[in-house]
Design a protein around this ligand. Sequence first.
Ligand SMILES: C[S@@+](CC[C@H](N)C(=O)[O-])C[C@H]1O[C@@H](n2cnc3c(N)ncnc32)[C@H](O)[C@@H]1O
Length: 287
Amino acid sequence: MTSPPYNLGKAYERRESLEDYLASQRQAIAECVRVTRSGGSICWQVGPHIDNHGQVIPLDLLLYPLFAAHQKSDALRLRNRIVWQYAHGLHCIRRFSGRYEVILWFTKGDDYVFHLDPVRVPQKYPGKRSYKGSKRGAYSGNPLGKNPGDVWDFPSVKSSHVEKTIHPCQFPVELPARLVLALSNAGDLILDPFLGSGTTAVAAVLHGRRAAGSDVIKEYVDIARKRVIHAARGTLRIRPLGREIILYSPNSDLTTPPPGFRFPRSPGDQLACPGIPDSQSPVPAHA
Ligand SMILES: C[S@@+](CC[C@H](N)C(=O)[O-])C[C@H]1O[C@@H](n2cnc3c(N)ncnc32)[C@H](O)[C@@H]1O
């Protein structure tokens, strides 16, 4: 499980030609395919690369052929192209603001580990009943919850996020945690070759897996080590798995449109956060 550099010229990378970038990704992917055991998974999480013309280059589409090249020799199969969406980020002026990234999930072989129950999410309508057939009148949903689908909504790690470190591009623990729980067994070894602040390793350790990883920047490896130790001791602060994204009360100062704003609230608006009294101070989405 990894999130490689996107070749954006971030603090930890030198912006290089797309050809050179893809050549180094080809090498990293080939090594990951080599060390993944049969029945194991590879998850590659990427956002877009933006070139010097402001052009959006969808990295997952360019990287897919590098994985597909292993289809025959290593039986690498794409199982899902997962969209990770989030509400906040840069506000673009000359295109629509980017609010999702992608995870390519491949398995090595056709007989692979997949545990749905640990990652099920609440049913939208748990009280729904069958309306025909022999089960007519019986509750129709799975009591353990529903399949989370392939569009995942987790807050990104901005400065107010409880997991934020000095790393400029962390993903939230809940993202690799869902994959670790679904795609591996307790005791398995989870590798992140572009470890960053160690989020994948944290997710692995929190869920009884072993972790390994590498990064070219020692400072990040030091942070990753500390986070893993705290995770093992149960002292790492994380956003809990499955926590709902809490919206600000619609009657708070923050959600009240000032005079002259284009979209005044209509009188029929619902409480965004039923159960939270309007008087209560607003709760940030990342809390
Ligand atoms: C998108 S970040 C990963 C962030 C990580 N998922 C987290 O939550 O902190 C990519 C990382 O790859 C590292 N990196 C860049 N080139 C590398 C290389 N050749 N080998 C290993 N790591 C590299 C960067 O230092 C950076 O920390």
